[in-house]
Design a protein around this ligand. Structure first.
Ligand code: F1X
Length: 308
């Protein structure tokens, strides 16, 4: 079972407006707003469940927005165990306009070490094979909260956290999933192309990660382990919005690894799942019925580097 941890969940509010936003104007949404239960780990659990992988979602929730997320997730086919925090969980807003996508994220309510202690007790009791910690940390807790989880049991721990945070973690991790910007922040230099991404990912392997999966947006993704460096282009599809794209790539890769598939198949699965999710508004999981045929369209190639 893959247990996800979302320290900083969010109600994801998606709005569509026709024109580009302008200072001082009231913009009217063209249709009703969409509200999803979000936060990266929660999204990962939703995609895992839609992929028929066994998952439990955990994390911290508070207030009326926390109640909304609990009630939304009660319809989902997976268990949840959230620790209560006093202040309301944040609301993050995505505005889809004619000229693209605008995303506004709150910092989230303050969390305490006591909440982390309680969460750890739940994780230990649930005995997962893998723990995937995903998303930002709320005010009040630092990277040591993630290290504590990684060190608390025999499970593999995977992370999708900010770029600099990746260099602040000290425990041993299985997979990390930075996006291009986060990978650049982790190695402190620009990533201009696939070769740069592979070089930077190889550097991260030396910092305690066994596998680095980097999403490159519309360019696709790379997966690097000590043995392989793989690249796959993104699926050619109409992009409605990219919110949840990285989470779905992460979920696809983890579900394939849990099934014992190869690194190549894991990357293929991640790319195919992300291709479906970007073609859907918001973060709710789409149908993955035709995933097999979509996977067949994904071409994975090894990336030899000049230094090889
Ligand atoms: O502020 P964070 O924790 O980095 O990201 C949170 C978030 O933007 O990530 C998800 C999409 O990946 C959304 O559900 C959510 O609003």
């Amino acid at each position: 079972m893959i247990l996800t941890v979302t320290f900083n969940p969010a109600v994801d509010h998606t709005l569509r407006i026709e024109e580009s936003p302008q200072v001082g104007r009231v913009h009217r949404a063209t249709e009703g707003g969409q509200f999803d239960a979000g936060g990266k780990g929660i999204n990962v659990s939703q995609y895992l469940a839609a992929l028929d992988s066994d998952t439990v979602a955990t994390g911290l929730l508070g207030g009326f927005t926390g109640d909304f997320i609990r009630s939304k997730l009660s319809d989902e086919p997976f268990e949840t165990t959230f620790v209560d925090v006093p202040a309301p969980t944040r609301v993050n807003t995505t505005i889809l306009t004619a000229d693209g996508e605008y995303k506004f994220n709150e910092n989230g309510p303050k969390a305490t070490e006591a909440a982390v202690d309680e969460l750890l007790q739940w994780i230990e009791a649930l005995r997962p094979n893998r723990v995937a910690v995903a998303g930002s940390l709320p005010p009040g807790i630092g990277p040591d909260a993630i290290d504590r989880i990684a060190r608390a049991g025999p499970w593999k721990t995977d992370v999708d956290v900010g770029g600099k945070m990746l260099t602040n973690l000290a425990a041993a991790y299985d997979t990390c999933k930075p996006n291009e910007e986060e990978l650049a922040a982790a190695v402190d230099r620009e990533i201009a192309d696939v070769d740069d991404a592979v070089m930077a990912a190889r550097e991260l392997l030396n910092r305690g990660y066994d596998r680095v999966v980097t999403s490159l947006g519309s360019e696709g993704a790379v997966l690097v382990t000590p043995d392989v460096s793989l690249y796959a282009e993104a699926v050619d599809t109409e992009v409605i919005d990219t919110v949840g794209a990285g989470d779905s790539l992460f979920a696809g890769v983890l579900s394939a690894l849990e099934r014992g598939l190869s690194e190549r198949e894991a990357l293929k699965t991640g790319i195919a799942v992300a291709g479906r999710v970007v073609a859907t508004a918001g973060t709710s999981p789409p149908s993955f019925e035709d995933l097999e045929s979509l996977r067949d369209e994904v071409d994975v190639r090894s990336v030899p580097l000049a230094s090889d």
